[in-house]
Write a protein that binds this ligand. Structure first.
Ligand SMILES: Cc1ncc(C[n+]2csc(CCOP(=O)(O)OP(=O)(O)O)c2C)c(N)n1
Length: 277
């Protein structure tokens, strides 16, 4: 999809608007949905090779949401490319028969490659998928995986990172939503993450570090990816703001998950519209 930076900015605005509409009806993981919304918009509406009418196409790119609680932003990004409608997401969210809930589940939703929610699982699975593509002779599809920065404290992330390098998974693109917060507080108060870019570099990754709420920068970094048949896995360290775009939510651990009122929803949309002008 050849969308321009301005079109992608507008698209990210629509994604945020949808998130806030849902958040006025249901509790969602709004903070981490909003922080990664720009990266996800560019990924789904510009970068990824994915046909919503053929979820089993062998040539598709794969997406794994390792921070599985950002299911709402994923569903709205998939709605934007025609997998279903945004009203499907809103109406079915957290209902017994619905395809959408606080975590992504592939038992009910065929657009989810792998069910996630337990942190530290999605990334190793994504590495396995990337290795399997290679073994099957597919050197054109990529596997994209989104992780949280809090999620980096899971040991399985680093086991997988070592193996991604060993197995030369140049078709793997990991994105870390580096918003500085996890569920109850600051990453630095919970764990010693240190210089995460340097850590991935030491493991042997191709590391790109940039503002993950800047659409132009995100697009630029996708454009600069090495070819899918290369040997070095890539990680994007995306510096973001948790709650990005909603002033009272920005950098507030309290808004890891929550629900807003109808009035707050209307106010938030007005503020977002203003920021788009
Ligand atoms: C293995 C595991 N431990 C704990 C949790 C509970 N939990 C859900 S979200 C979250 C915080 C994750 O922080 P981060 O990865 O930084 O995500 P973000 O802040 O971007 O939402 C935690 C601890 C979980 N889902 N899985």
């Amino acid at each position: 999809m050849q969308k321009t930076v301005d079109e992608l900015r507008r698209a990210a605005f629509e994604i945020r608007k949808n998130l806030l509409e849902l958040c006025s009806k249901q509790v969602i993981h709004i903070g981490g949905d909003l922080s990664i919304a720009d990266v996800m918009t560019v990924l789904w509406q510009y970068q990824m090779k994915y046909n919503p009418n053929d979820t089993k196409d062998e040539q598709r790119d794969r997406f794994v949401l390792s921070k599985g609680h950002a299911s709402a932003v994923t569903s709205f990004c998939q709605a934007a490319i025609g997998c279903f409608t945004k009203d499907d997401v809103i109406n079915e969210y957290a209902t017994d028969e619905g395809r959408f809930s606080m975590h992504s589940c592939n038992l009910v939703n065929p657009y989810v490659e792998v069910s996630t929610g337990s942190l530290g699982h999605g990334f190793p699975v994504a590495c396995g998928m990337a290795a399997a593509l290679r073994r099957k002779g597919n050197f054109t599809s990529r596997v994209y995986v989104v992780m949280g920065d809090g999620e980096q404290s899971e040991g399985s992330v680093w086991e997988a990172a070592m193996n991604a390098v060993k197995y030369k998974l140049g078709n793997l693109v990991a994105m870390v939503d580096f918003n500085g917060l996890e569920a109850d507080g600051k990453i630095d108060d919970v764990t010693a993450l240190g210089d995460i870019a340097e850590k991935y570099r030491a493991f042997g990754f191709n590391v790109r570090e940039f503002d993950g709420n800047d659409i132009a920068k995100i697009k630029e970094n996708f454009d600069a990816l090495p070819p899918a048949d290369s040997d070095t896995p890539t990680v994007f360290i995306c510096h973001t703001t948790k709650g990005r775009g909603v002033e009272f939510m920005e950098n507030q651990p309290r808004w890891h998950a929550g629900k807003i009122t109808e009035e707050q929803y209307a106010e938030c949309v007005r503020a977002l519209e203003k920021s788009l002008e």
